[in-house]
Write a protein that binds this ligand. Structure first.
Ligand code: UT7
Length: 396
C-alpha cells in the first residue's frame, strides 16, 4: 500500500569531542584566525579520535535519530549513508552502521554525491517510502574529513571538519507534510574542482601516488565558490517553486555549511534576511555530507523549527552536485530530547586478524599534540593539478 505522506520523524547528530581552533592551524600553516573568520566564518572544527571512524560517528547520530522517532533499530527497513570519507571502499559504511546500531533486517548502502549527499539520500529514501516498498528509512551524512586532508595545504585544511547528522523518514497515513518540492543537479564540467585523485580505478594507490599526496582532497577554492554562489540559490528556488511556494514563505533554510559568505549570497539571491538562514559552521566548519544533517538537528533542538514550518534543505558539492528539498515540518520538536538517552558510543567490528595503521595523519597528529614544528613554507605545497603519471612507463 502506498502511504499518504513521507515525513521526517527522527533527527540526531554527533560531533567528536576534540576541537581544532583557527589558532591551532595558524601554528602549522601560513594563516590566521582573522583571515579564516573573515573569509569563511569558521572558528573551530571537530576532529575524530583514533577509535572513531565515519561508521561510528554515523551510528551514534543514527541511534539518536531512531530514538527521537520513537523507534527501535530493527524498525528501520533501509539505511543510506552519504559520505565521501567511507571506512573502506568495501564493505559499504552503511553495512557497518547497520551492525553498529543493532539492526538485523535493513538493506544498507552508501550514496556518493559529496556535500550534496545527504540531500540526495533523502530523495532516494523518500522515493522508496512513497512507493510503499519500505516504511522507515535511516538517512545519515557522516564524514571523517580530517583523515583526507593535507595539513600543509592552507587552501583546504582550514575548511573541513568531522561529524555526522541523521534523519529517520517514515511513511505515514496522514495527508501533508514532508517533501513538497525538490531539485537535484549534477554538472561534470566542474568534476575536477574538488576531487581526491588517487585510490580509485583511474589511479590506484601506490608509493608514487602517496609521495605526491594524491590521497588528499584537492580543491580550486575560488572556482568552487563561484559555482556555489550561482547554484545554491537557483537550486533552492526550483525546489520552492515545485512546492508551489514563494521564497518569502519559507520559515528557515538549512544550507550546506561551507562558508558564511556563500550562505549570505544565497540569502541575497533569494531576497531574504540572514535570520532565515541557519548557520553553525563557526563551530563545525564544513562537514560535507554531514553538514545539513547536523544543522537540521541543531535547528530543531534549539527551537528554530515548529510544526507546520516550511523548511528548505540546500547543498552543493563535488561532482559538481547540488540538491534542494522544500518540506513541511510535522514532528514535535520536543521529541529531540529523546536523543539524550543515547550514549555517544558505537563500535564497529574489525576482522580478528587485522589491525589498521594509526588513522590520524602524521601532520594532524603533530598539530593535535602541539609539536608540529615550523609552518610549512607556501612554495613547498603544490595543491591543484597532480603531476601527470608517465603513461608510456605505465603501459610498457
Ligand atoms: O563543500 C564544498 C567545499 N568547498 C568550498 O566550499 C570552497 C569554496 N571556496 C571558498 O570558500 C573560498 O574560495 C576559500 C575560503 C577557499 C578562499 O577564500 P577566497 O576569498 O576565495 O580567497 P582566495 O582564494 O581568493 O585567496 C585570497 C588570498 C590569496 O593570497 P594573494 O594571492 O591575494 O596574495 C591566497 O593565497 O588569500 C590567500 N589565502 C590564505 N591566506 C591565509 C588562501 N588561503 C588562505 C589561508 N590563510 N588559509
Amino acid at each position: 500500500m502506498t502511504p499518504r505522506s513521507v515525513r521526517i520523524t527522527g533527527w540526531g547528530m554527533y560531533a567528536p569531542e576534540r576541537r581544532l581552533t583557527n589558532a591551532d592551524l595558524a601554528r602549522v600553516v601560513d594563516t590566521s584566525d582573522e583571515w579564516i573568520v573573515s573569509r569563511t566564518g569558521i572558528r573551530e572544527r571537530r576532529i575524530a579520535a583514533r577509535h572513531e571512524t565515519t561508521a561510528t560517528l554515523a551510528a551514534i547520530a543514527g541511534k539518536r535519530a531512531i530514538a527521537v522517532a520513537g523507534l527501535e533499530p530493527d524498525d528501520i527497513d533501509v539505511i543510506l549513508v552519504a559520505t565521501l570519507t567511507p571506512d573502506y571502499w568495501m564493505p559499504s559504511t552503511g553495512a557497518l552502521v547497520k551492525e553498529a546500531i543493532g539492526n538485523t533486517r535493513a538493506a544498507a548502502m552508501d550514496i556518493a554525491a559529496a556535500c550534496s549527499g545527504l540531500v540526495y539520500a533523502y530523495t532516494v529514501a523518500d522515493a522508496y517510502l512513497r512507493s510503499g516498498m519500505f516504511k522507515h528509512a535511516l538517512v545519515v551524512g557522516s564524514e571523517t574529513l580530517s583523515r583526507y586532508l593535507d595539513f600543509s595545504d592552507r587552501g583546504t585544511c582550514i575548511l573541513f571538519g568531522d561529524g555526522a547528522g541523521a534523519m529517520v523518514l517514515s511513511a505515514s497515513d496522514e495527508e501533508g507534510g514532508g517533501m513538497r518540492g525538490m531539485e537535484l543537479t549534477t554538472d561534470p564540467d566542474g568534476a575536477y574542482m574538488i576531487w581526491l585523485p588517487s585510490g580509485g580505478s583511474r589511479s590506484p594507490a601506490s608509493g608514487q601516488t602517496l609521495a605526491r599526496g594524491e590521497h588528499y582532497v584537492r580543491m580550486e577554492g575560488k572556482e568552487t565558490y563561484r559555482y556555489a554562489t550561482k547554484t545554491m540559490a537557483t537550486t533552492a528556488l526550483k525546489a520552492i517553486e515545485r512546492a508551489g511556494w514563494k521564497p518569502e514563505e519559507i520559515d528557515l533554510f538549512i544550507p550546506h555549511q561551507a562558508n558564511v559568505r556563500i550562505i549570505e549570497s544565497v540569502a541575497k539571491g533569494l531576497g531574504l534576511p540572514m535570520e532565515k538562514m541557519f548557520v553553525n559552521l563557526d563551530r563545525y566548519g564544513n562537514t560535507s555530507a554531514a553538514s545539513v544533517g547536523i544543522a537540521l538537528a541543531e535547528a530543531v533542538d534549539s527551537g528554530r523549527i515548529k510544526v507546520g514550518d516550511k523548511i528548505v534543505l540546500v547543498a552543493f558539492g563535488a561532482g559538481l552536485t547540488s540538491g534542494g528539498i522544500a518540506l513541511e515540518w510535522t514532528a514535535d520538536p520536543l521529541n529531540g530530547k529523546r536523543a539524550a538517552t543515547v550514549e555517544p558510543v558505537a563500535t564497529v567490528r574489525e576482522p580478528l586478524d587485522w589491525s589498521s595503521v594509526d588513522p590520524i595523519p602524521d601532520r594532524l597528529r603533530q598539530v593535535l599534540e602541539g609539536n608540529a614544528g615550523p609552518r610549512v613554507p607556501l612554495d613547498d605545497v603544490v595543491p591543484g593539478e597532480p603531476e601527470p603519471a608517465n603513461r608510456d612507463e605505465v603501459l610498457a
